[in-house]
Ligand binder design. Structure first.
Ligand SMILES: *[C@@H]1O[C@H](CO)[C@@H](O)[C@H](O)[C@H]1NC(C)=O
Ligand SMILES: *[C@@H]1O[C@H](CO)[C@@H](O)[C@H](O)[C@H]1NC(C)=O
Ligand SMILES: *[C@@H]1O[C@H](CO)[C@@H](O)[C@H](O)[C@H]1NC(C)=O
Ligand SMILES: *[C@@H]1O[C@H](CO)[C@@H](O)[C@H](O)[C@H]1NC(C)=O
Length: 349
């Protein structure tokens, strides 16, 4: 009895409050257990604890200044390029990709390095991760109200500093708010959990002796999948931005068989106005993209994104842009802001 109660005292808090998964630097063997239905907590936990050659997951963080002239993106992968074609190796999975845009240059800094191992732990809904040997890590509070990316990589990347986020927009899944039993599938075989749709971000970096600091909008999500990305996805238009009191996240894509899937999220002053997986229309224009999100009260949020800065591009199949965003609820006040936008188009390859 004594031992049993001691054991439960010692084990239960550990299991509930913090679990740590360690990844080796190379692809796992065997099958991956992949999660697509949400739990009542552990929002930002790992969704695959054994990544093999056909599965992948990543933690993504970005921040963009209000005028769109600065941005930073840090992505922590557990993904061989046999599962996600834009990472650097078929055998090494633990790449960290860091890119920085400044007013001087759209691609002021771009570098990918591989970790020797990675640990991810979950505390409540938040997660923390260390990609050993890269100097990059992230830590989130248990309620996801704040996240910080710490870059201590003078040796391997020539960069030190932090990206700090104070959330201003509640977390959501593709079709719902943060709740148990919700689908986490953006489309078949692709998972998505958006811990921080928008935040007040403070970025302070030193790169090879030069200081870069800005404030703006910060964002964090994770994606994962149980088959190679390009076998699941045909097209993908995703982005997020802020307009006055509104925080927006949109997705409009097609699966391999051409079926459309969408997701739209609008919050205002820290409360969700709408989160659903229909009624989103992202269309290309001569200067960027038009984004339409149908809201539950039958109004429409309309925004125009300008592809002002090309931050990444691969083979005409993948682009990442930052740029200006203009819009508001149709017929209502119009605002200006900035946004990040990713396009995958495997039909053009
Ligand atoms: C990887 O895991 C997935 C999901 O369990 C499974 O379908 C697939 O066959 C596995 N791939 C390999 C190469 O073992
Ligand atoms: C992350 O860790 C740093 C350094 O220990 C700490 O200052 C910061 O408050 C932590 N942030 C969160 C969101 O837990
Ligand atoms: C960058 O900022 C840090 C902290 O404010 C300061 O200690 C350092 O001297 C600055 N470096 C340069 C090159 O200005
Ligand atoms: C999306 O917008 C385009 C261009 O305005 C329009 O032709 C199309 O019908 C719209 N689709 C939906 C589903 O609203």
């Amino acid at each position: 009895m004594f031992f049993q109660s001691l054991l439960s005292l010692a084990l239960v808090p550990t299991l509930i409050h913090a679990t740590t998964v360690t990844f080796p630097p190379t692809v796992g063997l065997g099958t991956s257990d992949v999660q697509y239905i949400s739990s009542s907590s552990t929002f930002d936990s790992l969704k695959i604890s054994n990544v093999n050659s056909t599965t992948y997951e990543w933690y993504y963080f970005d921040a963009i200044s209000d005028d769109g002239s600065y941005s930073v993106v840090a992505t922590f992968f557990v993904a061989p390029n046999t599962a996600f074609p834009f990472t650097g190796s078929p055998t090494m999975t633990l790449e960290v990709l860091l890119s920085i845009q400044t007013p001087d240059s759209d691609v002021f800094y771009l570098n990918g390095v591989f970790a020797t191992s990675a640990q991810v732990s979950t505390d409540g809904d938040g997660a923390s991760g260390v990609w050993e040997g890269t100097g990059l890590s992230f830590n989130g509070s248990s309620d996801m109200s704040s996240y910080q990316v710490v870059i201590d990589s003078a040796a391997s990347m020539g960069v030190t500093g932090t990206i700090s986020m104070q959330s201003i927009a509640p977390a959501h899944y593709p079709c719902s708010a943060n709740e148990a039993g919700a689908t986490m599938q953006l489309m078949p075989n692709v998972g998505w959990a958006n811990a921080i749709p928008d935040s007040q971000a403070t970025v302070q970096l030193e790169i090879n002796g030069q200081n870069i600091s800005f404030t703006g909008s910060g964002y964090h999500d994770m994606n994962w999948g149980d088959i190679p990305f390009e076998n699941a996805v045909s097209t993908w238009h995703w982005g997020h931005g802020r307009l006055g009191p509104y925080s927006l996240v949109w997705f409009d894509g097609t699966s391999q068989d051409g079926t459309p899937y969408t997701s739209g999220y609008v919050s205002m002053n820290g409360a969700i106005v709408d989160t659903q997986c229909s009624g989103v229309n992202v269309t290309a224009t001569s200067s960027g993209f038009d984004i339409e999100i149908d809201l539950a009260d039958e109004s429409v949020f309309q925004a125009q994104f300008s592809t002002d800065h090309t931050l990444l591009s691969f083979d005409g199949v993948y682009f990442r842009w930052s740029g200006g965003l203009v819009g508001g609820i149709s017929g209502g006040e119009q605002y200006t802001g900035s946004a990040m936008f990713d396009e995958f188009d495997f039909t053009s390859s």
